[in-house]
Design a protein around this ligand. Structure first.
Ligand code: TMP
Length: 202
């Protein structure tokens, strides 16, 4: 049996990626999942990671918990699904750690890449769909929500994360698909679908 394809969506909070994760996963009859929190253990880690009450979490502890969530996610769900021939569509992936813990929290990118490559046993997404929305617009959208620990970060932090995503996309254009996230949902869904067909033939 052919292996399934592993597709990840990336983007800042409020960019609308969760909607398109659902829509693409439905079209492909794929396993729909997310990081952090795609497994039972991962949900527990997610609660710790996003809880605004955890004000003193160190950047290294945060990076290790994200990597632990991801190690469990790959071992328990992603790799077995791919091996069984199922496509996997994930809301975030290892690239979020490079963007948030690396560019955002300014942890060493080489170390983070090594740590995460080990955590995921070398299973990186084959296609990364980055939904790009101007940071100012996202900050406006966040004003309407109750904020989690990451969403409470400042403009500079989100600016670094956005710059990190753009840099990674520019460095590896064969893997990254940069999608302008400002058109209406239905239009965006068509654009994403067509791009996935063109890149992966599915
Ligand atoms: P979510 O709101 O998109 O589900 O993600 C929860 C938060 O976790 C989000 O603010 C981004 C952050 N995050 C990291 O900082 N590093 C990671 O590796 C992942 C997967 C998410």
């Amino acid at each position: 049996m052919n292996s399934g394809r592993y597709i990840a969506f990336e983007g800042l909070e409020g960019c609308g990626k969760s909607t398109h994760v659902k829509r693409l996963a439905t079209r492909l009859d794929a396993v729909m999942t997310r990081e952090p929190g795609g497994t039972t253990v991962g949900s527990m880690l997610r609660n710790v990671l996003i809880d605004p009450a955890n004000t003193s979490l160190s950047p290294r502890a945060e990076a290790l918990m994200m990597a632990a969530d991801r190690a469990q996610h790959i071992a328990e769900l992603v790799s077995p699904s791919l091996a069984a021939g199922r496509h996997v569509v994930s809301d975030r992936s290892v690239y979020s750690s490079l963007a948030y813990q690396g560019y955002g929290r300014q942890q060493d990118l080489v170390e983070l890449k090594r740590l995460n490559d080990w955590a995921i046993n070398g299973v990186w997404p084959e296609l990364v769909i980055y939904i790009e929305v101007p940071t100012e617009l996202l900050l406006e959208r966040l004003k309407k929500r109750e904020l989690d620990r990451f969403e409470q970060e400042n403009r500079d932090f989100f600016g670094r994360v956005a710059a990190g995503f753009s840099q990674m996309a520019a460095d590896d254009p064969a893997k990254w698909l940069v999608i302008d996230g400002t058109p209406p949902k239905d239009e965006l869904e068509k654009i994403i679908s067509a791009a996935v067909r063109e890149r992966l033939g599915i």
